[in-house]
Each structure stands twice: as C-alpha cells, then as structure tokens.
Design a protein around this ligand. Structure first.
Ligand SMILES: [Zn+2]
Ligand SMILES: [Zn+2]
Length: 638
C-alpha cells in the first residue's frame, strides 16, 4: 500500500518542492517527490515510519504560496507514476521561508536580526548574482568567506546544503546607519537590532528613512495627508490588522502573506486609509529581510502600516541605512486576483530567471530588456557567453547588432505564442486577443500568428479634428464641449502623439492619475450594478478611437460620474471583444482562445469577459506575466 499526497502547485519553479525535499532529508523519510505540470505529488509506503513526523514538519515549514492550491491524500495499491516537468531552479528573489524567518527572530541563532538570512529555497538570491553559473564566485558575496559554523552548515543543514550565498552575523554583511551628524554600524546581534529600532522610532516621529533593501532602495515614511502619496506603496506591518484597514477577499489576504509577496491593488476600509488613499491602494506585506525587520520594530511601536517609495541612490532623507555589497534589483511584480484566478500582471521579481524546457538551440532573442538563450531567460549582463546562429529582436527593442541572421518580430505575436506554448496548444488553430494600450485580434493557423483585426492609428495631436469629421453633428459636440469645458478643451487640443488612448481618456475624465492605472482605480470606485453604453464599434468590426472619445465627451457633457464612465469603458470593451471573438472563432473554426496584455488585469473588464466568454475557456499565461514579459518566452516558438 502507498500513501499519496497531492498538492496543487501551478508553477514550474522549484522553491516549494525544494523545501519539501529539504524537510524529507531532515526527517530521513523515504519519499518520492514528483513535480507535475500542476501538482506536487508525494508518494511513500503506507507504513513508512517517519511519515507522520514529516507531515507535521511540513505543516509548520511549508510557506504560503500564491501557486499552492488545494491538497488531498489517498491510498493506492500500486505505486502510481506521474509525468514530471523540468523545474526552474535558478535563484529567484522571494521573501523568507518559515524556517529562515524563525531563525531571524530567534535571539539564540547566529542570524538574529540578520537581514540577509536566506537558504536554497528562499530570500534574496538573484539580487547578489553577477552572472551565470550561479556560484558564490559569480556573486557580489565573493569577497566574504563563510565562517566555520556556516561551512559546517553547508554540509549538515538540508536547507543550506552547498548554499552559494550562505552567511551569518559573524561572516556576513554589516549595516551602517547615517544621519546628518553621525554614523552607526551594526555587526553583532545587539547592534543589528538597535539599528532597526532607531529607524522605526524615527519613522514613527515623522522622519524619512531611506533604506537599501535587497529589493532596491526604498524611502520609508509615515503617510499623512501632507505626504506625497503618488506612486507610494502601503506596507502593512501587522498581518492581524490587515482586515481592519483593507477590504479583502480571503484569496487576496492569502496572496499578500505568501512567500512571493506580490503587489496587490486593494480597496481601503478604515477611515484612516480612506482619507489618505480614497478607494484603493497598492499594498504589500514586508518582503525582503531589511523590510521585515523594520516592520517588526514598527509593529512594536503600534504602527500598523507605513508607506514607501522606490527611490534613487541620491534620494534625501533624515536617515540612511545602507550596506557595502552591491546588489541588482528586479522590478516588483503585480498580481491580479479575481475569485480563483490569479494572474501575474507585470514585473520581473519571481518571474525571472526562467528555464525553458525545449528552447530553439542557437537562437538568441531580445524582448523587453530580457534575452532568451539556450534555455535560460534573464537580462543580458548575466551571461558571459552568447552562442547564437540567429538573432530575433522585438521591433521596439533599441538594439543595433552586427549579425548576419537578424529577424525582427512583433511583440504581441510572440505574446500569443507564449500563451499557446504554456498550454501545449501550438498544434491547434487559435484566436488571440492582445490588449495593452492597443487592441489586436490575432489568428494562429498552426504555423504563425496573423494580425487579423489590427488597431487603427490614434493621433492625440489631431484629436478634435478627427472627432469633428466623424459623422454629421460631431462638430456640434466639439463646440459644446469647448463651451462647457474651455480649459480642458485647450489642454486636450495641445496634446502630442506620445499620449495613448488611455492617457487621453484619463485627461478627458479629469482623473488625478492620468494613465491607464488611473482609469482602473477609478473604475473600482463605481458601486452600481451596470454601466452605460460607450460607443466602441463603428465600422467593419474596427474599434474607432475617435468615436469612443466622442462618446465619452457627450457623457461628460451630461456630468456623468467618472467612476461610472471608467467602469463602463471596460464593460463596453468586454462586449466588443466578445462579439468579435465569437465571429472570428466561428469563421476560422478555432476552438482555442488566448488572452494576453496587461489591460485584462482589471476587475470590470475581467468580469465582463468571464460573463461573455467563459464557455470559450480562454487561456492566459501562468509562469509569465500576461502583459509585457511573456514575449521573450514566445520567441522560442516564432
Ligand atoms: Zn529559507
Ligand atoms: Zn557565518
């Protein structure tokens, strides 16, 4: 008899299975660990003597993860076989695993208040990497040698077996704190803790603390109505206060606390936060060691949250906490949650580096600052050799290369291929919708992607001229608009072509945040049931930019609420997309539908897409962001 334990895990990354392997090693349990496409499956003999202890340890040391789902266990007569995947085991930047966290807060450990605590499965690792292969001598820790205790640990602790970046307070990175007058150093347990205590006290008194974290330089401050909150992120220090301040579904709560520590847009609840941020804000739970230790001290001072902004090296503050080891940071990643769906919206952390199972050998491709070469995706500076016989470059990529076989490609086509590849659908005909600041309808004929309904050009510069020529009576609309909103008219009339359709929408609706993000945020403020019909489709199935702006102008003339209009924009897009998709799928007899592009990460649009297209079972990226960032993977299938 065999005991089988299945845990849903929808990612090709190895950090969870590595923790399970380390626990199995520690307990000396005889266990098979299979990482399949969507599960991690553990199999042991039913009478395995250490099984119970292993499961107990697993319960306390397995981190929460956005990729983990339901689990179940059963008994089997025969030993079951599973098709496993090749795991991505390159070093990612994550928060700390439960075991490393315990160490960091245990006064008897060698890593008490040591912010660089990490192991083979957690913490900041990519930040220290200089180039592949991933070894200490290729990291910025190369000049620090591990002490005797760390060297022993590399042999004995299954979580840190041969760990390239091992360090502790005795042999690791020291911190310094500077203010206008003096400098303070931390190099033993007492002084590390003191430093975070002082920083937290300063913040609680309204001072600004700049801190070099392993996830980048951050400016921490107590948010008040006088603070510049634009582009700031709310850091919740105390998990037990999350539900007091924010309006969340359980999925959002769990995701915030997961080891991946995403950035989430969440609705405000407490009066305090509503006053500061209105209806919603970008929020996260402390992620890297530095931020976690600061948060712990802030919590002691009863500060439930602070704000931070990512900042430059020369940013000014009352205090600076820094260390002398150089680090390279990745952009934070944003997550979208709607019921049981979690989508990576954008970002680099957690997503890269990636390994690809069947890469095109000899192909080097460039897209969105990343390269794909011989089965690895990361930034170019991490590779010392670039073996290539052909080079693919995305059209927008500003790279000039002297090379014979250079091919240019459209990013949105590679995006669609990345979705098909992730779902093993490259042998099927498919319709794709790609929606970032432009909306494309695509067709995959089992060989290549064709742009079948491509977006029409949008010129913000000649906005009113184009609207005037739209149809009979449009000139009257422009005149009325000019009369009622003279200042706004003048502003819109002076825009140049660097403004895209969503920027113009935000300006027209006089949103504070004049971008796509502003429209999404404003749509969330709408509490009503249904929106109004915005004119999206005009001729031959094409979305007409100017008809759409004209439609918004006429609603604005009636003083319609901006929240209602932003919500309605997405609803109308959802209806238009569904209409075209249904036509195209029928016409081409395709049964697969892919969605890609950041715009889909929007509650109003997603709700509408679900309502209209759920039966088509649309597929989206899993291991890659749905927006920019998936192209580089797709280049292997061009
Ligand atoms: Zn760890
Ligand atoms: Zn050490």
């Amino acid at each position: 008899m065999y005991f089988v334990f299945e845990i849903e895990f929808k990612s090709n990354k190895s950090y969870i299975s590595d923790i399970i392997k380390a626990i199995a090693k520690k307990i000396s349990v005889d266990l098979d660990i299979n990482h399949t496409k969507d599960k991690i499956i553990l199999v042991s003999k039913k009478d395995e003597p250490e099984l119970e202890e292993f499961l107990k340890d697993l319960e306390s040391n397995l981190p929460a993860s956005i990729n983990l789902g339901k689990s179940k266990h059963y008994l089997a007569d025969e030993k079951p076989e599973f098709e496993t995947i090749v795991e991505n085991s390159l070093p990612l930047d994550l928060a700390l695993c439960p075991s490393c966290q315990k160490e960091m807060f245990d006064v008897s450990s060698r890593r008490y208040y040591y912010p660089f605590t990490s192991c083979n499965c957690c913490g900041s690792r990519h930040s220290f990497l200089e180039q592949y292969p991933y070894k200490r001598k290729n990291s910025t820790m190369k000049f620090l040698s591990p002490c005797q205790a760390c060297q022993n640990e590399m042999k004995e602790n299954p979580l840190r077996r041969d760990y390239p970046l091992i360090s502790c307070i005795d042999c690791g990175i020291s911190l310094k704190m500077l203010d206008k007058k003096d400098e303070r150093y931390a190099n033993d347990k007492g002084s590390y803790r003191k430093l975070f205590e002082v920083a937290a006290k300063a913040i609680s008194k309204g001072k600004v603390v700049i801190m070099q974290t392993t996830f980048g330089r951050r400016k921490f401050f107590k948010p008040t109505q006088q603070s510049e909150l634009d582009k700031s992120i709310l850091l919740i220090t105390d998990a037990s206060k999350l539900n007091e301040h924010l309006m969340m579904v359980p999925q959002e709560f769990n995701a915030l606390l997961s080891i991946e520590r995403p950035l989430l847009r969440i609705a405000t609840k407490s009066t305090e936060l509503k006053k500061l941020y209105e209806s919603s804000l970008w929020c996260k739970y402390p992620d890297d060691g530095m931020s976690m230790l600061l948060a712990k001290e802030l919590m002691t001072l009863s500060l439930d949250f602070v704000a931070y902004k990512e900042c430059e090296d020369d940013s000014d503050g009352d205090f600076l906490i820094d260390f002398d080891i150089p680090i390279k940071t990745q952009n934070d990643f944003k997550l979208f949650i709607n019921q049981d769906i979690k989508l990576l919206i954008s970002g680099e952390r957690l997503i890269y580096p990636q390994t690809i199972t069947n890469p095109k050998r000899g192909r080097l491709s460039f897209a969105n600052d990343f390269i794909s070469v011989d089965g690895v995706i990361d930034k170019i500076e991490y590779f010392s050799k670039l073996p290539a016989s052909e080079v693919y470059i995305e059209n927008d990529e500003p790279i000039e290369l002297e090379f014979e076989n250079i091919y240019k490609f459209d990013g949105f086509k590679a995006s669609m291929l990345s979705v098909l590849a992730e779902h093993d659908r490259l042998t099927k005909k498919a319709i794709g919708v790609h929606f970032d600041d432009k909306l494309h309808f695509l067709y995959y004929n089992q060989k290549e992607v064709i742009d079948i309904v491509s977006p029409k050009e949008f010129n913000a510069k000649s906005l009113f001229e184009n609207i005037t020529n739209l149809r009979n009576g449009s000139d009257r609309l422009v005149k009325n608009f000019k009369k009622k909103f003279p200042d706004l008219y003048e502003r819109l009339d002076k825009l140049d072509n660097k403004y895209n359709i969503f920027d113009v929408t935000a300006i027209l609706l006089e949103l504070e945040n004049e971008s796509f993000d502003g429209i999404s945020a404003t749509a969330l403020t709408f509490m009503g049931k249904g929106g109004v019909q915005i004119d999206i489709k005009v001729e031959d199935n094409y979305f007409n930019n100017y008809a759409y702006i004209a439609s918004l102008m006429s609603y604005k003339l009636t003083d319609a609420d901006a929240g209602l209009l932003c919500y309605s924009i997405y609803e109308s897009f959802g209806d238009y997309i569904a209409d075209i998709v249904n036509q195209l799928m029928n016409k081409t007899k395709s049964t697969t539908l892919t969605l890609s592009g950041e715009t889909f990460a929007n509650q109003a649009l997603w709700g509408r897409i679900q309502r209209n297209l759920a039966l088509k079972k649309p597929i989206l990226n899993v291991n890659y962001p749905i927006g920019h960032g998936n192209e580089i993977y797709g280049t292997n299938y061009l």
